[in-house]
Design a protein around this ligand. Structure first.
Ligand SMILES: [Fe+2]
Length: 271
């Protein structure tokens, strides 16, 4: 059995994992330990990895079955389960706080990013613990959120979404705003401000205002891990209990390429 070393990176979330080569097959007990570590720490960092697309897909499956991403124009040629994050592909960094693919009935358990080309400065990824955010809310607001749901579609402000993706992934999907983690058992605030058209019982305008105000109020440095990329890093983000954002503060004449895999999770539930 592999000996994992788990070193926390921030008081609230994030841990560096040493002792695993993700290019090699991973045994059952290590898979269980990594899945538990993700539920506990919510963001896992593996340094100095060297992966082919096929090895990367095999490693990602530790956290769930890789699932199709809905911006198919950015799929890696020959490997449609890997998305290419690259501004030279016409993608702007996702700088607003969000969790991924909430327009799916079973949204991803995790988003996995592999740093292939990294700019010399900036271009980091921040991850916030929405478990800690939930725990810090006043009782009355927690109770209010416990009873609310959102209705989610594809982002409608993107102009390059393919019709075939719209046909598959643009139907409204309802999710609780507070989600119980299937591995860890804790609760976290769960929504996507641009994919949620509205909150149950609220107008779209009031819903957006409330979600924006929640993000501003809840996401503080005390609950945020900032990942400064090094080439060869693999960052695993638990989408069930965090929000993340990219930082576009890098020189666009430099390249920043991340390979993204999302892995299927459970249907969100509040318990
Ligand atoms: Fe994202």
């Amino acid at each position: 059995m592999t000996t994992l070393q788990i070193t926390p990176l921030h008081p609230s979330l994030g841990a560096e994992i040493a002792g695993v080569d993700l290019s090699k097959p991973i045994d059952g007990s290590t898979r269980k330990a990594l899945s538990d570590a993700l539920g506990e720490h919510l963001a896992l960092v593996f340094r100095n990895q060297s992966l082919t697309p096929a090895q990367y897909l095999a490693a990602a499956s530790v956290f769930g079955p890789p699932m199709e991403q809905h911006y198919s124009q950015h799929h890696m040629p020959g490997f449609p389960l890997i998305g290419m994050i690259w501004h030279r592909n016409g993608q702007e960094p996702a700088e607003r706080w969000h969790t991924d693919h909430t327009n799916r009935e079973r949204p991803p358990a995790a988003t996995i990013l592999y740093g292939v080309e990294i700019p010399s400065a900036g271009g980091g990824t921040s991850v916030a613990s929405m478990r800690a955010a939930y725990n810090a809310l006043p009782d009355a607001e927690r109770r209010r959120l416990d009873g609310l749901t959102t209705f989610n579609t594809l982002d409608h402000d993107k102009t390059d979404t393919r019709q075939e993706d719209r046909d598959k992934y643009d139907k409204p999907i309802e999710h609780p705003m507070v989600r119980t983690h299937p591995v860890h058992g804790s609760r976290a605030v769960y929504f996507h401000i641009t994919k949620a058209t509205h909150i149950s019982g609220m107008t779209p305008e009031a819903s957006k205002a409330y979600m924006g105000e929640l993000i501003d109020r809840m996401i503080r440095p005390e609950i945020t891990y900032h990942h400064a990329w090094r080439k060869g890093d693999v960052l695993v983000i638990d989408d069930r209990a965090t929000m993340h954002r990219a930082h576009g503060d890098y020189d666009r004449s430099e390249s920043r390429i991340l390979w993204r895999i999302i892995v299927e999770g459970d249907r969100p539930r509040f318990a």
